[in-house]
Design a protein around this ligand. Sequence first.
Ligand code: SF4
Length: 382
Amino acid sequence: MKPLSLYIHIPFCLRKCHYCDFLSAPAEEAVKEKYLAALLAEMEREARHYGGHQVRTVFIGGGTPTCMAAEATAMILGRLRELFAFGPPAETEITIEANPGTVSLDKLKQYREAGISRLSIGLQSADAAELKILGRLHSWNDFRKTYEAARRTGFHNINVDLMAALPGQTKATYAATLAKVVALKPEHISAYSLIVEEGTPFYDRYGPGQEGEASLPSEEEEREMYLLTASFLQQHQYARYEISNYARPGFACRHNMVYWQRGDYVGFGLGAASMVADTRWSNLKDLSRYLDRPEQLKEAIQILTTSEKMEEFMFLGLRLMEGVSREQFRKCFNQDIEAVYGAVLAGLEQQKLITVGSNIALTPYGTDISNYVMRQFLISDI
Ligand code: SF4
């Protein structure tokens, strides 16, 4: 059976964080109930297309999925198991995203009983002032309690999300966050730099030309934080396996690996993205339309051309430290990678931005300027 990953989007949060442009908002209980019904109906309608697939990973993301009742989450997973063929439980990674303070011991127990094996906690920073600036509702102490409760209920695979380049953040406060988190020994740490997105309160405060812009770390400071993440986490036995992701041996996120390796995945819920057999689509992003017109959810359907597939293969695969496999390229496209990218590979190798062997991978310098490297693989520009 072909492997398949499932993503479930829960677009609700207790309150909107100031920097957030994700598809999420606070909602009344009645809306959450209606959403659950629409989500279950969507799963039901779509499942028949995936008879030949076996589910290997599930990711329940948001939003804050943990602001739904645990019974609702259990119901979603129960129904998925009825509708899809799942692999053996020990080999199926099931992740839920959680925000500190939104899960009790009881709720975590219910998640474990529902088969959830991985918890991804959105901490972002251990610094009280930075959390306040971000508009996060929790404190470091709330995070500690959530983390300890997760351990007590048997979660042996925990990710902690962190953010760098925050307004007012210094290398010292960032280093203190890293040290506090590493002391707890989570299995996985994701560390992304803040992007000030248009349409957010952050953009009005810290966007180009705004008064707060000067409080953002400079490019040089941001780079120092980025280098610190890699060196500090590597010293503490976290292997960097993707540009922004670090894990102890055996704990790389299998669900995200599917995205980077262009495996098949189906997303359910508001705005959820899917890619199956080189066709990409996403669900509409308007909540009232999602709730009221369930038969017309899919939009932006795109059947990828060979060039687009090759570009994606390179962009996504090069995010991984192991890089892209020459053999895999040949299998996917029935030609050698040199036939398409020979000159690009030679040029980047000469600039010491990539290494070229049975796999093609970014060097540390190439990782630092990965956006530049990725751009070289646009086929229209070759
Ligand atoms: S908790 Fe996450 S999804 Fe919700 S508003 Fe904050 S950043 Fe956005």
